[in-house]
Design a protein around this ligand. Sequence first.
Ligand code: BG6
Length: 520
Amino acid sequence: MNEQDSLDELITCRVKEGKKIVEPSTIVIFGASGDLTARKLIPALYHLFSAEQLPAPFRIVGFARREKNDAEWRAELKTALDQFSRTKPVNEKVWEEFSANVYYCQGDFSDSKAYEKLEKLLSSFGNDSLRRNLLFYLATSPSQFAEVVEELHGAGLLRLDAPAGSWQRIVVEKPFGHDLPSAKQLNTDLTRFAHERQVFRIDHYLGKETVQNILMFRFSNSIFEQLWNRQTIDHVQITVSERLGVGGRGGYYEEAGAIRDMVQNHLLQVLSLIAMEPPVSLDAEAVRDEKVKVLKSIRALRPEDVSKQIVRGQYFAGMLDGQLRPGYRQEAKVKTDSNVETYVALKLFLDNWRWSGVPFYLRTGKYLPLSASEVRIEFRKAPYVLFAAKSGTTLDANALTLRLQPNEGISLRFNGKVPGTSLQLRPVKMHFSYDTEFGAYTPEAYERLLLEAMAGDATLFIRRDEVETAWGIVDSIRSGWEGKSLSNREFYSAGTWGPVAAEDLLAQSGHRWRDPQPIQ
Ligand code: BG6
């Protein structure tokens, strides 16, 4: 190795070892017959087992109303795994070993006897830790959270004062309520029988590698962090676009709309990570303190601001991939005159020292041309002197794009000279691709999140004040929409980048949306 090579050696900085320390424990899934269990939770646990990340011993218990035995449930899960596993084919030997730890407990959520049965099953596992270290995964409707938690407490399975060396935690899925009062109520219900530190609220975006990398990128590189403020940044665009329509989820969507389904959680989470101050440490509370501060600094929206700063949209029938897609109002379980939004664009301001005056544009929508999530940091334009003045154009602004999915990567865009005798400039790109650099390692978000919850690390989960602050923002937007029908400028054809009103929103400030590109 010559001197230069050794200088360029890539040194991996180990912040935490790859393998989490997880004590022997049991995961009890409430709502075991549901879609989430079959599509996400069991495939994630199977992959963790196959990567030797699950503790030894461990058990998984499915709790649901339907009558079936262990063998039947295992067979059902295997069929689902064959379909949904991220690695195919499923390794039969690994599955056999894994599924020997999977049990089913039939019972009604409101029946105390069922919890006694669950307690007996846990006690029968022989190892004390499997009875005392318990992760309760509530993959049920939020309306059932309160009674499940109360019954668990009644059966002695969930304790506020767990004896040293044992733990019980609750993992809850979104939607966490449907507005601020309901979220507060859920929080009150959960924390009657569990401390806040025992409650793990999931937002699966936080389990994505690239979303986690936002923190590493910002706080392990000095060059970018220097630029991360109002002096250098003109505005920020966060896009989470989806090629899928609402499909079979019309009933749910009529209640949720894009603002509750996507903005309240995923988009505001990405915004928090992009805009937060450096935390004082990597502890869960230090990181979450800073994220909450971002949400609290979002300038309050009065009804008159909502009409100026927030645009909703709804798709009508249009072509996507050469196929005619139905309009939202034609989807099953959707009212034919529904005003529910399948698209939202927001212009938000953070009233804090770092970001004062910098617009943050967020948008998300269904049936857009491409499924992609990215954050674009657009820097201020170069002054209109020298090259720009000479050519009579404004040079393209520099931009840094964090592509969160798919084609995960980071690109820096700047202007370069076109080779040749004439003097021409055009934007060029420096690109880092995860796949090229690290190979295609894409664990599912749920794998990471389940492991973190078992290990008791709450950094990637949403804290009570965080979820409540996010609902406060969404509620103020929804109250600005109340009683107002969608205007013509708020409809968009399926297969396009959204309504004209969203273009207008940026045009007011001399900006325009930069759409994610198919291949970076
Ligand atoms: C879910 C929403 O939380 O996130 C869905 O309910 C959405 O409507 C999904 O499609 C998007 O997640 P991902 O990981 O596919 O970007």
